[in-house]
Design a protein around this ligand. Structure first.
Ligand SMILES: [Zn+2]
Length: 318
């Protein structure tokens, strides 16, 4: 009995001891806040969406991020407002609304930029029920905030841009708008690290996308994630013409189409995906905290030892 207790203690300790860089309390507090009913599911162009923007602007200020735009807000026009919906996911009844990406940065020693992204919007209210989107994607946004906080105390080599995108749930119109009106020259962006749903997986696996196209990231990912925690990193979620291809499923797509290397982290779609049960209570704290720390470790390594990764053709400039 004692031996197994010691073993368990050792396992917990060895899994957790390295993972101390992020402030776990702030991570959870931000996640809980953004996924609370107050934000009414954060649909673009709604009261809840604007409240989420305000929350992010205040957190960016508090963290001390620099801004490209007034109040960190890059305005984007999106087609939104679900009116006659048949389900929370059904096609929106299009109407132009104003959305905003919330963008801040930490200047590094180099002018090359790594863009860290996570969408903050979700699907709002349907039939008077709020879809809080705790995993999708308050989890990615809270991690983005914690990472930004870490790098304000640990100056990066690269310039780090933190982009909380709007309207991912609406055909990625937020990240599309970002590319229409880039705050920096496109050639300065060396990669995108995108997080979308990183808060829970009972199988303790994180999926990685991007290495099919940008293979040079793989050895580094294996080094960071291999055997250091109870979370396994799984590759293969970016293979064209397979059902698990997630290349087209989140904001990293716009970077990829522009020929900019990307890495995406996320969990598989679970029972709470796009349901009212995607709530704070269904986040796995240990999975989330450990996973977010490993993504931060990945980012630290990318910042220090950026691999010689090949850009692809920009399909918009063909
Ligand atoms: Zn999402």
């Amino acid at each position: 009995m004692m031996k197994s207790i010691i073993t368990i203690f050792f396992l917990i300790f060895s899994f957790q001891v390295y993972a101390q860089k992020l402030d776990s309390l702030k991570l959870m507090v931000d996640l809980k806040e953004l996924s609370s009913d107050k934000y009414q599911g954060r649909a673009p162009g709604t009261y809840g969406g604007r409240l989420a923007q305000l929350f992010l602007v205040n957190r960016f200020k508090e963290i001390g991020l620099k801004a490209y735009h007034e109040e960190y807000k890059q305005g984007v026009t999106v087609l939104g407002e679900k009116l006659d919906r048949k389900g929370p996911d059904s096609i929106w009844n299009f109407k132009q609304v104003k959305g905003a990406n919330i963008i801040g940065f930490i200047p590094g020693k180099k002018k090359e930029v790594i863009v860290i992204s996570a969408h903050y919007d979700h699907i709002g209210i349907f039939e008077k029920r709020i879809y809080n989107g705790a995993d999708d994607n308050a989890s990615g946004v809270a991690a983005l905030l914690s990472m930004a906080e870490y790098f304000t105390k640990n100056t990066p080599h690269h310039t780090l841009m933190f982009a909380a995108f709007d309207a991912e749930e609406l055909f990625m119109m937020g990240s599309m708008g970002f590319f229409k009106n880039l705050p920096i020259p496109e050639g300065d962006i060396v990669m995108n690290l995108n997080m979308d749903m990183i808060g829970t997986n009972s199988d303790y696996e994180m999926y990685a996308g991007g290495t099919h196209y940008y293979k040079e990231f793989k050895p580094m990912l294996r080094k960071i994630w291999g055997g250091r925690s109870n979370i396994g990193l799984r590759f293969g979620y970016d293979i064209p013409r397979t059902k698990d291809d997630r290349t087209f499923r989140s904001d990293h797509l716009m970077f990829h189409l522009s020929g900019i290397p990307f890495l995406y982290f996320g969990v598989p779609e679970h029972l709470n995906y796009h349901q009212t049960t995607d709530d704070y209570d269904n986040i796995s704290h240990s999975f989330y905290y450990t996973g977010a720390n490993l993504i931060l470790d990945t980012l630290i390594e990318l910042d220090r030892n950026f691999p010689d990764v090949n850009r692809r053709e920009n399909i918009f400039k063909k």
